[in-house]
Design a protein around this ligand. Structure first.
Ligand SMILES: Nc1nc2c(c(=O)[nH]1)N[C@H]1C(S)=C(S)[C@@H](COP(=O)(O)OP(=O)(O)OC[C@H]3O[C@@H](n4cnc5c(=O)[nH]c(N)nc54)[C@H](O)[C@@H]3O)O[C@H]1N2
Ligand SMILES: Nc1nc2c(c(=O)[nH]1)N[C@H]1C(S)=C(S)[C@@H](COP(=O)(O)OP(=O)(O)OC[C@H]3O[C@@H](n4cnc5c(=O)[nH]c(N)nc54)[C@H](O)[C@@H]3O)O[C@H]1N2
Ligand code: SF4
Ligand SMILES: [Mo]
Length: 716
């Protein structure tokens, strides 16, 4: 018997877990009471490690599709097949003909985080897509222009704030996002216990609303108007107090003029919140000793995702709450945070190239995944002919996924790096499986940069595993792409990656001793980081190291060309005319929004029996007034139709959604032919992304609109 301490990589909360093992067999998993950050917290997904590891459907060997049927293969056979087929596509059709899609688990996996870039660079392709364009890209965009770096993102100082205004976030269920905060439940409770206030803006009465003081049931897609009216009110009522930011802000007068038309009275009928309420909330935020305005996926995956993300921080700035205790602050990650590097690049740009078919701008080197299907199906120079998916399930998670599902069949060659044969990987010609979390090392490189406290924690592999590690898989792919054949020597490739990391940190390879792989890279990044620690220090502290609460970082953190917070970047304010036009929009249209669920993890944990037991969760929430008007009855099937598709699913009549809004969770729609996930198939549900529209985007960032989709609904 042994006990291992690990960090859970399933969501952004970075909980410490205590895993009891009997040899390779998991006996139990519980929260690690001594974790410096999570203090014993665990959720149902973290508790499902055992079910995941023992899942009979989990892939155990690579698979190669021959004559339409998957056959088990050795690693050598799989790479020989890749060597035979992948370079041929590039040689025949050019570099952009090979595309990559990286999904959400990639943000929690050192293989993709540290070695993904060599894969892209070796391919030399511009056809790079990730789940960011169905998620948080607008926040990177707005932060890039406001503060000079897309990963310089202000995080609510949850543990000290006196007033938290949440828009489009449900951390009681999601456990927090762009806000690393294990036991967010306890942290929210503490705000109220110390006399603070929580206000939630959401078209649904969520679990977070239940934990809050106030709820504003906004009409979907109108947060930008609400925030613009709040900012306008701050100016009009003379509430702008920059305080410590006074010398670090540019564009205040222009901002006042731009936002002048967005009065509470002008926006109220569209937003669905009284003008007097908007004024009162604004005055409350301004009067609070400290306040943090925070927007999450309900504000990014909507028609004005970037403008909304920008206005969230505009309000934080105008009330003097940016970069101060209890406000919205900049974390200082222990490793790999670009804004701690000396002599870093000044400024952020996007649109350095554009997608071929729809001319959509690149942002952070990637193109909108909403455009991936058309790039596969539209003939011409640069047409995508091969695809590598890395820990992603775009056939369930991206807009108009039926179209993508069809498009994938047209590819000449497809590789999926995945742990399941599911809705996406069933299209692949070769599936390269990866080890599961307990079988690999882990360090939450990204999420410690977005954390409500500065902490760091290293996880060594807890369980032995004879699978190729995913960083090795990626390097082996790189070997194939570079023409070194299917059995390239990985050591020099790994050393090449490490030498680059060492150089950026002003170090040499020798500084990491004889370590290799992700451990070497993290060791180098820690040594180059702000806390003067090495990986050995973290190895000696299995419950993590706490570097304390967030500290003010302005002006050093700013990397804009002016060195100031640039409040009115043209790249963002160019969308104001479109926002003005919203003031005359149709406020009666029935709109679809999503709904995350505690026992789901996007699309991929529905194959674990403990997480899908109980009644069907894939239902359409409809307000009683709408149900009556549309002739829908509770429990009966309804047909939901959008511009691009239709699904039939059971109705759940509930006043937790505001009138005019229907909510369907995403990530369902299992049981398709050729998949191997029996439990999920028995709880199939429907895919809400059959309804979302690949042409409906946040115009600036190309992020898909997944909330606020116009739909029709009728009894089935
Ligand atoms: N309508 C609607 N759509 C949405 C959303 C929404 O709110 N509404 N949310 C969006 C958001 S925020 C996101 S992040 C995306 C997610 O979009 P995706 O990342 O495309 O989807 P996931 O369901 O997270 O799929 C993860 C895949 O990775 C595999 N996997 C899990 N662990 C590993 C691993 O360690 N290695 C490898 N190689 N594979 C692994 C799983 O089997 C699964 O196939 O969905 C988006 N789609
Ligand atoms: N249990 C669980 N946890 C997860 C995930 C999961 O699938 N399951 N996924 C993880 C991932 S990948 C992510 S990105 C995070 C996301 O973390 P959150 O952003 O906290 O996730 P959601 O629960 O989807 O919350 C979004 C809320 O926005 C609301 N909303 C919809 N449209 C609008 C609108 O127009 N305006 C406003 N103001 N609100 C709107 C929705 O009703 C919903 O309550 O969660 C992560 N954590
Ligand atoms: S909250 Fe997130 S990190 Fe914590 S146990 Fe659950 S899935 Fe894991
Ligand atoms: Mo996400």
């Amino acid at each position: 018997m042994s006990t291992e301490i690990v960090t859970c990589p399933f969501c952004e909360a970075t909980c410490g877990l205590e895993v009891r093992l009997d040899g390779p067999k998991i006996i139990s998993v519980r929260g690690d009471d001594e974790d410096v950050f999570s203090r014993g917290y665990i959720c149902p997904k973290g508790a499902s490690f055992k079910a995941l590891h023992e899942d009979p459907d989990r892939l155990r060997t690579p698979l190669i599709k021959r004559n339409g049927v998957f056959e088990t293969a050795t690693w050598d056979e799989a790479f020989a097949e890749i060597d035979r087929r992948l370079p041929a596509v590039r040689d025949a059709y050019g570099k952009n003909a090979v595309a990559v899609y990286v999904g959400n688990p990639g943000a929690h996996n050192l293989a993709t985080l540290l070695y993904g870039r060599v894969l892209y660079e070796s391919l030399g392709t511009r056809s790079i897509f990730t789940a960011s364009t169905v998620d948080q890209l607008p926040k990177h965009f707005s932060s890039g222009y406001l503060f000079g770096d897309p990963l310089t993102i202000p995080i609510p100082d949850l543990d000290r704030t006196d007033y938290l205004l949440l828009l489009g976030a449900n951390p009681m269920v999601s456990n927090g996002s762009l806000m690393t905060a294990p036991d967010v439940k306890g942290r929210l409770k503490a705000i109220r216990a110390r006399g603070g206030r929580i206000v939630v803006v959401d078209p649904r009465r969520t679990a977070t609303v239940d934990a809050a003081d106030e709820h504003l049931a906004i009409r979907p897609g109108t947060d930008a108007l609400l925030l613009a009216a709040m900012a306008q009110t701050l100016f009009a009522d003379d509430l702008v107090v920059l305080g410590h930011l006074e010398d670090h802000v540019q564009g205040l007068d222009e901002l006042r003029d731009l936002l002048a038309p967005f009065t509470p009275d002008a926006v109220a009928p569209i937003v669905g919140i009284d003008a007097a309420e908007i004024r009162r909330i604004t005055h409350d935020v301004a009067a609070a000793k400290s306040a943090a305005v925070y927007g999450r996926i309900g504000t990014t995956t909507q028609a004005f995702g970037t403008v909304t993300s920008w206005l969230v921080d505009v309000v934080n700035v105008l009330t003097g709450n940016l970069d101060r205790e209890g406000g919205a602050m900049f974390p200082l990650g222990a490793a790999g945070q670009a804004n701690t590097e000396k002599g870093r690049r000044r400024g952020f740009t996007h649109g350095r190239w554009h997608s071929r078919v729809r001319d959509l701008p690149e942002v952070m080197g990637e193109l909108p995944v909403a455009a991936m299907a058309e790039e596969i199906t539209t003939p011409g120079e640069g047409q995508i002919r091969a695809l590598i998916t890395v820990g992603g399930n775009p056939c369930l998670s991206t807009p108009n996924s039926a179209k993508l599902d069809e498009a994938l069949d047209q590819l000449d060659f497809m590789i999926s790096m995945d742990v399941y044969l599911n809705e996406t990987s069933r299209h692949a010609d070769v599936i390269l499986l990866g080890p599961l979390p307990l079988e690999r090392s882990h360090f939450d490189l990204v999420f410690y940069q977005l954390s409500v406290r500065n902490v760091a924690n290293w996880t060594p592999p807890a369980v032995e595993c004879d699978l190729l590690q995913e960083w090795e898989t990626i390097l082996r792919l790189v070997g194939v792409i570079l023409g070194q054949g299917p059995n390239a020597d990985l050591a020099p490739l790994d050393e090449f990656v490490a030498a680059d990391v060492a150089k950026r940190g002003g170090l040499t390879l020798a500084d990491a001793g004889d370590r290799v792989g992700p451990a070497r890279l993290i060791d180098l990044m820690l040594q180059a980081g702000p806390y003067d620690i090495t990986l050995a220090d973290l190895e000696a502290a299995p419950h993590g190291i706490d570097f304390g609460p967030l500290k003010p970082r302005i002006p050093d953190v700013l990397a804009t060309p002016s060195g100031k917070i640039e409040l009115t970047p043209a790249a963002i304010t160019s969308d104001i005319p479109r926002l003005l036009a919203e003031l005359s929009r149709d406020a009666d249209q029935l709109l679809l929004v999503g709904r995350r669920q505690l026992r789901s993890n996007n699309s991929w944990m529905h194959n674990l029996a403990p997480l899908v037991s109980g009644s069907n969760r894939c239902t359409a929430h409809v307000h009683p007034d709408d149900a009556k008007r549309l002739g829908l009855s509770d429990g009966a099937d309804a047909l939901v139709t959008s511009r691009v598709g239709a699904v039939t699913l059971p109705v759940e009549i509930t006043d937790t959604v505001r009138p005019g809004v229907v909510s369907i969770p995403h990530g369902w729609g299992h049981g398709q032919t050729g998949t191997r996930n029996d439990v999920a198939a028995a709880h199939a549900g429907v895919n809400s992304n059959i309804l979302t529209d690949e042409l409906f985007l946040d115009v600036l960032s190309g992020t898909a609109v997944l909330n606020g989709i116009p739909i029709e609904m009728a009894p089935a």
